[in-house]
Design a protein around this ligand. Structure first.
Ligand SMILES: [Zn+2]
Length: 67
């Protein structure tokens, strides 16, 4: 799967400290394409999952130690 390959390339770019922006873009593009092919509204999923802090549930986060 191309997404997995791109994640590996991103990890390598982060390790080397160069080409990071390009690899993040590649990972995002493949992730969005995969969600589209699966019929998943990724924006809606992100909103539902991360519209509030996953730990305390508040907006803004009121955790004593930030996750
Ligand atoms: Zn919180």
């Amino acid at each position: 799967m191309y997404l997995v390959s791109e994640v590996g390339e991103l990890a390598e770019a982060l390790r080397k400290g160069r080409g990071v922006e390009r690899e993040f873009a590649d990972v995002a593009a493949w992730l969005l394409s995969l969600a589209n092919l699966a019929g998943v509204d990724l924006a809606a999923c992100m909103e539902e999952r991360y519209s509030s802090c996953p730990h305390c549930g508040n907006v803004p986060c009121s955790c004593v130690s930030k996750p």
